[in-house]
Design a protein around this ligand. Structure first.
Ligand SMILES: *[C@@H]1O[C@H](CO)[C@@H](O)[C@H](O)[C@H]1NC(C)=O
Ligand SMILES: *[C@@H]1O[C@H](CO)[C@@H](O)[C@H](O)[C@H]1NC(C)=O
Ligand SMILES: *[C@@H]1O[C@H](CO)[C@@H](O)[C@H](O)[C@H]1NC(C)=O
Length: 427
């Protein structure tokens, strides 16, 4: 029922309104002092900023005299968090409320804090902190947030404030080493994506990531360090609407597999069903490439297809796709066979498997990266993602690419995550 309702809402509004549950990715927070607070607590990783996957940070918590919500610039209050040379980094404790999480993080960063903890303002399960929507998301500062951010419970926030106000020093470790499980010497990861190239900056940044990450992804795969699987989201049409114009234009296989119209306009451009067909082609291409022992060809296909067959040049079609497939030396017949007949009133086993995987993994955000069965949080940036994958190897089994200097340095924050649900909150 939830699935049906979700799909229906997607029809009426835009993707952004699709309802979904989220897995909140947690990191641990170890309070080292004072003794009264000593222990391990949960904190939630945000969808922006740079979580230090595989690392940890020790710092001294500061709850400033003023600007408790960190909504204003700290220099206005003559407050700075820059630590003395050799001193411990400062971790700012700020209260939730009044302004976006991103603004709090930016003000903390500008004032020299090494990380920011946001204390929730009510007792509730931890949520995912997200970037603001629309115009506020494009604010330039959001792209420049490079400190990690974590949400803590109101209870823990209150206890820390109490300790600080009685003059105690609160030292904590923020630990991201266990944020991703690392059971063995191979990392399995999945990328939930979309072949649609007309959704504006969100599609562009997704494609930019695939383009930038391709080289390293192919090396990791060829050397057997990773097992990568691409995935595609489809929805299904509620039975009562199968004959409606919406479902006919957005779905294939008689309402079984649907995607939203690329321009949200049924009268022009490509329709949702064109997107589903291209997505299906990409799943099948991966299957065929994987069976022939060259799964990494998916990266070549997807990047070539995006360049050679864009929607705006009206080349987002089978003819153009087939040319790219041939240029890669893949078996076109096998791919066509795998795709089946999109007009048939029958299930497509490949798309059915994708739907099952989505429901199992509770994936509702595009793009989503799942590393060793956990949803990755943070920017879709080559360096940040590589760092997260590298954190998924058992110690001493990580490939050379993980040991290079640029993984350990502070990474620029770029890209944006397309959020297709409402459970993440931005203030
Ligand atoms: C969002 O951006 C608009 C326009 O730039 C601005 O007027 C508004 O105050 C911003 N909202 C918040 C909550 O910062
Ligand atoms: C963000 O970073 C870029 C590149 O480093 C810089 O040019 C820009 O001025 C920064 N923006 C803000 C608001 O600090
Ligand atoms: C890809 O091939 C590997 C090894 O043959 C197999 O274990 C894996 O399940 C395949 N993945 C897909 C999605 O078919």
């Amino acid at each position: 029922m939830r699935e049906k309702l979700g799909f229906f809402i997607c029809f009426l509004y835009l993707w952004g309104s699709c309802y979904g549950r989220f897995v909140v990715e947690k990191s641990s927070l170890h309070v080292k002092s004072p003794d009264s607070l000593k222990g391990v607590y949960e904190s939630a990783i945000s969808n922006f900023g740079v979580p230090q996957y595989g690392g940890r940070m020790i710092g001294t918590v500061v709850y400033p005299k003023a600007n408790h919500k960190a909504c204003k610039i700290f220099s206005e209050f003559d407050i700075s968090f820059k630590s003395m040379p050799g001193g411990m980094p400062t971790i700012l404790l700020a209260d939730r409320g009044d302004c976006f999480f991103t603004l709090k993080a930016w003000n903390a960063q500008k004032a020299g804090a090494a990380a920011i903890l946001v204390a929730d303002d009510k007792v509730e399960p931890l949520i995912i902190m997200d970037t603001p929507e629309e115009e506020n998301a494009s604010a330039e500062y959001v792209q420049n947030i490079s400190i990690p951010l974590a949400l803590i419970s109101k209870t823990l926030g209150d206890s820390i404030k109490k300790a600080l106000s009685s003059g105690e020093m609160v030292n904590i470790y923020l630990d991201w080493r266990e944020s991703l499980p690392h059971p063995d010497e191979r990392v399995e990861y999945e990328f939930w994506t979309n072949s649609n190239d007309e959704c504006g900056p969100k599609c562009d940044s997704q494609m930019e990531f695939v383009h930038n990450f391709k080289g390293v992804a192919q090396i990791l795969e060829q050397k057997g360090y990773t097992q990568f699987t691409p995935h595609y989201i489809t929805w299904y049409c509620p039975e009562a609407f199968i004959l409606s114009k919406q479902c006919r234009l957005q779905c294939i296989n008689h309402g079984r597999y649907c995607a939203p119209d690329p321009e949200q306009d049924f009268s022009r451009g490509y329709d949702g069903k064109d997107v589903v067909v291209q997505n299906l082609r990409q799943v099948c291409l991966f299957k065929v490439a994987n069976e022939s022992g060259r799964p990494w060809l998916w990266w070549d296909y997807v990047t070539d297809f995006a360049i050679r067959c864009p929607m705006k040049e009206k080349k987002y079609n089978k003819e153009c796709a087939d040319r790219v497939i041939k240029s890669l030396g893949l078996n076109l017949k096998k791919i066509d066979k795998c795709m089946g007949d999109p007009n048939a009133d029958a299930e497509n086993p490949v798309l059915k498997a994708e739907q099952d995987a989505r429901i199992r993994g509770d994936v509702i955000i595009l793009p989503t990266l799942v590393i060793n069965n956990r949803q990755y949080r943070g920017e879709l940036d080559k360096g940040a993602v590589l760092k997260a994958i590298c954190a998924g190897f058992q110690k001493t089994t990580e490939p050379a690419v993980c040991l290079s200097a640029d993984i350990t340095m502070n990474l620029a924050v770029r890209g944006n995550i397309e959020v297709q649900g409402r459970k993440t909150l931005n203030l």
